[in-house]
Design a protein around this ligand. Structure first.
Ligand code: CMC
Length: 391
């Protein structure tokens, strides 16, 4: 009609104003409230980053202790929710379970669904951040047929998650500090990434006034796709399929072939046309975890050589395709012991912080309106109905 701007995939449309995250894709820069992701990943903690995203500034020690205490107090799930899990098949994908259980939270926490009340919004935000590790760990436990473990509030956010996932009631679980640090760093690297597909989904769902638990369930559903959060699972599966360095050229050739739908998973990004700064930290973390756990997974060598070869190939150079955050994360998560099906669930756990912070930012914005894109209509022009017998 000419009345609307046509922008499929929203490649040049800003859907909102936001003070949370800045990305310069050409330079490979990512800042959260001004702080470079590299510094946060190296020096900060996931809880500190969560506080920063939610509350605009880094916390003082007292503020951080209070925040951690609040989150810790909300880690348990309503006991009735365990029954909810039992309705799923044991072989259900953890993302299917996460989506269902996160959505079901609104059926349990009625006192934090009034989005017009800032106090309720904050309680819902804390609940979501606190309960997501419990939800994800229970999805894992259910899939392997082991009993659910209650949170242990003496542990850190990430340590607690590791114990709920890998611990068993019969034994004391010792959190490995290197693994704890590495996983916490992975959570930081996934915490927020401005208006990506799942975050935009959370905002769009929230723009109608839907409760925050329902909005986060929508975000989880969107994140599941292989072009988004599902890429970490797909990337590791691909590295396994390649198997050994000699087979890399074959896969690079397939990725370049226009008639082959195959893509190098963990490569390319809508915004980054340079090295994803998160991939740099991730690559370093692989080495630390391998050293600490004394693992030597040949898949890492395949990943390193694949990166090197792709970055020298004119196809990838011209299209500015670089490794993204998901290229190396799977290698670390698998060394820690997570099955590939849990990778995207971990991404969802970490991104919940960003989703919740973005949702809060949107709801508190006085300019906020329901999201309602228009379209360019391509169907038939008006015509008259013909009764079925006359068609
Ligand atoms: N392997 C081979 N070719 C690729 C790849 C790849 N991984 N990514 C993009 N291309 C090509 C693509 O074929 C296209 O070529 P042409 O211009 O000749 O048609 C060109 O590069 C541009 O690709 P696009 O699909 O138009 O770009 P986009 O911005 O719509 O897609 C993307 C970005 C991330 C979906 C895409 O790069 C991709 O599918 N990558 C693999 C999946 C992946 O790793 N996703 C994780 C993204 S980061 C984490 C997250 O956001 O969740």
């Amino acid at each position: 009609t000419g009345k609307f701007t046509y922008d499929p995939g929203f490649t040049s449309t800003a859907s909102c104003e936001s003070g949370l995250t800045y990305i310069d894709g050409d330079e490979g820069v990512l800042l959260h409230r001004g702080y470079p992701i590299g510094q946060l990943a190296e020096q900060s903690s996931f809880m500190e980053v969560a506080y920063l995203l939610l509350n605009h500034e880094l916390p003082s020690s007292d503020e951080l202790a209070k925040f951690e205490n609040t989150i810790t107090r909300h880690t348990m799930l309503h006991e009735q929710l365990a029954t909810f899990y039992r309705g799923f098949r044991r072989d259900a994908h953890p993302m299917a379970v996460m989506c269902g259980v996160a959505g079901a939270l609104s059926a349990f926490y009625h006192d934090s669904t009034d989005i017009t009340d800032p106090k309720q919004r904050m309680i819902a935000s804390h609940r979501l951040i606190a309960k997501m590790p419990t939800i994800a760990a229970m999805a894992y436990k259910y899939s392997v047929g082991q009993p659910f473990l209650y949170p242990d509030n003496k542990l850190s956010y990430t340590g607690n998650f590791l114990r709920m996932t890998f611990g068993v009631p019969a034994e004391e679980y010792e959190v490995n500090p290197v693994v704890e640090k590495a996983l916490d760093r992975i959570f930081i690297l996934h915490a927020d990434h401005e208006q990506n597909a799942s975050t935009s989904t959370v905002r769009l769902a929230g723009s109608s006034g839907a409760n925050p638990f329902a909005c986060i369930a929508a975000g989880i559903a969107c994140l599941w796709g292989p072009a988004h959060g599902g890429a970490n699972e797909a990337a590791l599966n691909m590295l396994h399929e390649i198997g050994r360095p000699e087979r890399i050229p074959e896969f690079i050739a397939r990725a370049k072939d226009k008639n082959d739908p195959f893509r190098l998973m963990g490569f390319g990004h809508r915004v980054y046309k340079n090295y994803d700064p998160r991939a740099t930290v991730m690559q370093k973390t692989v080495r630390e975890v391998f050293e600490a756990l004394k693992v030597n997974d040949p898949v890492f060598e395949v990943a390193l050589q694949l990166e090197e070869m792709a970055l020298k190939d004119p196809y990838f150079v011209e299209k500015k395709l670089f490794p993204n955050v998901d290229f190396y994360s799977g290698v670390i998560l698998s060394a820690i012991g997570f099955p590939t099906t849990m990778f995207t669930a971990l991404f969802a756990l970490a991104r919940t912080v960003g989703w919740v912070a973005q949702w809060n930012e949107m709801i508190s914005d006085p300019e906020q309106k329901i999201g309602r894109p228009r379209q360019l209509y391509t169907g038939p022009t008006q015509r008259d109905y013909v009764p079925v017998g006359q068609r």
